[in-house]
Design a protein around this ligand. Structure first.
Ligand SMILES: *[C@@H]1O[C@H](CO)[C@@H](O)[C@H](O)[C@H]1NC(C)=O
Length: 160
């Protein structure tokens, strides 16, 4: 009896460890989509911007905030830059497109925006090296949150 119990515990322990390993190796939902869109926008400028890498800690902050469905910035996000977007059926691709489209509103020569362009300048910020993005289905809207490290849109310098 004792042996059977031990064996069962061993099996449970092995299954639990396997589950933890599976979770830690799993990609965040839409991770590849968010990353590829960020890095396409960065590389097409041809100014030597390094590709962003995925940031698990930033992802955890973004996922937690997205799940709260408050369509605003997370004041307690820590030292991260943050892009947010929400809309009916808004996909990760759609959110990224809306931010990258702000490129048309950004004038590098004067470092000014003719309309909102801060999501774009964060995406192409030269000292930002990593990002974590998440979304949540908030019923009427899908809420997308990306948190960046180090944060962009600081000071009066252009992004690159
Ligand atoms: C980032 O861009 C700013 C503004 O052009 C520039 O002053 C700075 O040297 C750049 N930093 C890096 C790491 O490329």
């Amino acid at each position: 009896m004792a042996v059977q119990c031990s064996a069962r515990y061993v099996v449970v322990a092995v299954v639990t460890i396997a589950a933890i390993l599976t979770v830690s190796q799993a990609q965040a939902p839409d991770q590849a989509t968010y990353l590829a869109a960020h890095n396409a926008a960065r590389s097409e400028l041809n100014v030597g911007l390094v590709p962003l890498v995925w940031n698990d800690a930033a992802y955890a902050v973004a996922a937690s905030w997205a799940a709260g469905c408050q369509f605003d910035h997370n004041a307690n996000r820590g030292n991260y830059g943050e892009n947010i977007a929400w809309g009916t059926s808004l996909t990760a691709t759609g959110a990224m497109k809306s931010w990258v489209a702000e490129k048309a509103k950004y004038d590098y020569a004067t470092n000014t925006c003719s309309a909102v362009c801060g999501h774009y300048t964060q995406i192409v910020w030269n000292t930002t090296t990593s990002v974590g993005c998440a979304s949540a289905d908030c019923g009427t809207s899908i809420f997308h949150v990306c948190d960046y490290s180090p944060p962009g849109n600081v000071g009066n310098d252009p992004p690159y």
